[in-house]
Design a binder for this molecule. Sequence first.
Ligand code: SF4
Length: 365
Amino acid sequence: MAEQKISIAYEHPDTAQTSCSTAHAWARKPREPEPAEKAELIARIKRLLKEQDAVLVSHYYVHPDLQDLAEATGGIVSDSLDMANFGHQHPAKTIVVAGVRFMGETAKILNPEKRVLMPDLEAECSLDLGCPIEEFAPFCDAHPDRVVVVYANTSAAVKARADWMVTSSIALPVVKHLHEQGKKILWAPDRHLGDYVQQQSGADMLLWQGSCIVHDEYKAKELQEMKAQHPGALVLVHPESPRAVIQQADVVGSTTQLIKAAQNAPNKEFIVATDNGILHKMRTLCPDKLFLEAPTAGRGANCTSCSHCPWMAMNGLLNLAEVLERGNNEIHVDPAFIPRAVLPIKRMLDFAKQINLPTRGIGNA
Ligand code: SF4
C-alpha cells in the first residue's frame, strides 16, 4: 500500500473555556513493507543501530514491528515516563524515538548532548497542538497563585513555562502531594485526565480544555452495551477518556499500569479503552486471554475514531531505516528553553524515585 495522507480534526480550546473551535492537522501513514522487504529492513536497522551507537525507544502505541525491534535491540517499549527515564540513563550517543514529537523533545531536553532522531518529525499530538505557548503563557500569567502542572504531551516551550511535568502514571500522586501542601493547580492540557485527577484528589484545579483525539472518541453507552455482552470482561481505561467511560472502568491507569492489570487479573476477557497499539504487548504477554477494543464513534468512522493514533502510525520500518542511514529528522530544541524545560521533568523523575514509583531504567528493562 502506498503512503496515505489523512486530515485530522482536533479541538482547539479557547482559554475562556466557553467554547471550542476545531482545528485541522494531518498525518501520513507509511507504506507497509512486503514480508521479504520487512526481514531485510529489520536486519539493516539492527546493524545501523549498532554502527551508530544508537538505542531505539518505542511507545506502546507504535506499530508492533517497532515495539519488537526496540526490545530485541536492547532498547525499550513503554510509556512516556519510562521512555524519558530510559533514554536519560542509557549510554548510547543517539536515541531514536518511535513515538510523537513531544517524546523526542523530552528526550532531547533530558539529553542535550545526545543526538535524538525520529522516524517522522511531523508526528504530532492533538494535546500538544491544542496548547500553543502563545495562548498558554497568558493563561498562566492570569493565574499567578497556581502551581502549573503540565502533562508530558506538550511542547518544550510549554514545559519551560511549567512548575511540574507529569505523565499519566504519576499525575495523581503529584497532584495529591501538591494538594496536601495547600497548593492550587493550573492543569494542562488534557481536560479528561485533569478532571479524573481532580475527582480523585479533591484538589483545586483549573483545567485547560485540550483532548486526545483517540481517547475522546470512546463512547459510554456503547461501552455499557459491550459490557452486557461480555459480563466476565475486566474494563481497562486510560484516564484521557471521557468521565462517563472512566466511571465504567474496573482499572484506570497509564499504559504500563493497564498492561500490568491485564497480566495480574484472573479474568480471561478484557475491554480496553486506549490506543489499540497496546494490544500487541497485552496479547504477547497474555496469549491465553482475549482483548477487545472499547467502542468508539467508529460506526460512520473517520480516521480519529478507529482507536489508533494517526500520528503514532507515522512511525514505520521504512522511515526508521532511512533516518538511521541519513541521520536526518534530528530533533532540535531551542537551547534557550532547555535549562528551564528540564526542571519540571527532573522534578517528576525525582518525585517518582522518592515515592518508589516503579519505572524501568537501565538494568531492569
Ligand atoms: S494517542 Fe492521543 S495523546 Fe497519544 S499521541 Fe496520539 S493524539 Fe496524542
